[in-house]
Each structure stands twice: as C-alpha cells, then as structure tokens.
Design a binder for this molecule. Sequence first.
Ligand code: APR
Length: 250
Amino acid sequence: MINQQLIQRAAQDILRSKKTIAFTGAGISVESGIPDFRSVGGLWERFDPEEFAHIHAFYADPAKVWLMLKEMFTLVMTAKPNPAHIGLAELEQMGLLSTIITQNVDGLHQAAGSKNVIEFHGSHRTLSCLKCNTTHDGTSLTIDDLPARCPRCSSLLKPDVVFFGEPIPPKAQSYSFRESNSCSAVLVVGTSAVVYPAASIPIMAKQRGAMVIEINMEPTPLTGQISDYLIQGSAGKIIPAIVEEVKRQR
Ligand code: APR
C-alpha cells in the first residue's frame, strides 16, 4: 500500500523546489524486466561481480565475462520504459525535473523521453576494442552478434559501461557533482546506495541543504541518515502517483 501522505508531501516538495534532480539505480528498471543486482534473484546472485564485472576479469578472460554481458544485453535489448521512467520524463516536460543522473546502462530514461540524462556508469550504446583502440556502435547489434567482436581485429569488444576498477567518465562525474551541488531536491529512486562514487550524489546534495526524497522497495544506508523520507514500494507505482498529485496541486 502506497503512503498517500508521503505522495502528497513529495508533490509539494517538488512544486516548491527551485531545482530538482533524480538519481536512479537498477530498481527503477526492474518493472521493465531487467533484474537489479543485489535483490534476491539479482544479477550478482548468479554472477560474482569480482569474477564477471571487474575490469581485470575482462582483460583476463573476456569470453567468460561475455557470458554475463550476453545476459545483460539480451535483457536491455528487449526492455521497454515502465511508468516510473515515463513519470520522470513527464516531470522534465513539466519543467519540474532538470536532470536525471542514472547508474543504469539500459538507456530506458532516454527511451521514455527524458532529455537531460547523465549516465554515471556509461551505456551499452557503444563498445570499445581494447586492442586497436576503436569505438563501435552497439545500437544495431542483435543477440546473434553476441559476443560482439571488433570488425577490424576480431577481438572481443568491451561495452562502454563502467566495470568495477574503472574510473567514472570524467564529464559524467563533474556534471553530476555540479548538479548535486546545485539542486534543492533530489529524488533517489531504486538504488541500494552502496556503490561509490555514485552513492555520494545524494549525500552531496544533502550537505548543500537539498531535500532528499527516497523511493525504494526497502530501506537503504541513506534512509534515516541522508533521506528526509522514504516512500517504500515500487517505483512503477509511486512515481506516477507523485506526478498525478503534482498535477492536482499545481
Ligand atoms: N521499485 C523501487 N525500488 C526497487 C524496485 C522497484 N520496482 N525493485 C528493486 N528495488 C530496489 C532494491 O530494493 C534495491 O535497494 O532497488 C535497489 C537496487 O539496488 P542494486 O541492485 O544494488 O542496484 P544499484 O543500486 O543500481 O547498484 C549500483 O552497482 O553493481 C553496480 O554498476 C552497478 O550501477 C550498479 C551499481
């Protein structure tokens, strides 16, 4: 059951906020059919991130890492935005959400119509050849093309997503920190908030006096410390309810 009082409070906070951003994680895409990482049945339950998602693992045995990547690509290729992605895009169109900083690499915010999206952990849209230093388009790949190979030297390509042990793309990091330092409210949606430096985004916003509104299935390390309040439940129901309430109060 969604807490109606908190939905009304979130709508008020969004309408009062001079600049609102969103910080999203894998939980926002679960209702699009993409499992998250750390819930029961999540990706890291089946693939140990140290063995499948660390850059050293990719250098050591790219074919093994592609076993996990192929599963992720297959899910991402068929996934569609859900009401949570669509609701955030609507808030942006209403001029009430200025930026989405996402940890996700699935491109679903853009597919839902959001224009100002920062991909803190990169995206599947391009892949790099670590051997001949070339970048390749990933948007036209089909499942039969996986694992993807470099057309020039036929080495296994690496998707331009941030593996553990890799730096955050500098522009994404600086632009995200600028946004979190200048917002007056941040919607934190579907993240366990345990991976840094991404998880410092809501903390920086809080330190600058922003309102931190958490929307998540369960409490996280932010809850009660950084978040002003947690609206507990599924993003696919809570976000649209907030958007409807904003329209009612406007
Ligand atoms: N609605 C709201 N929250 C949800 C939903 C849902 N439908 N489904 C799951 N959640 C919550 C889970 O309870 C969990 O707290 O979303 C959170 C997802 O947490 P993680 O699986 O840890 O995903 P995320 O926080 O995005 O992980 C951060 O870790 O492995 C790396 O690079 C990867 O970007 C990822 C980073």
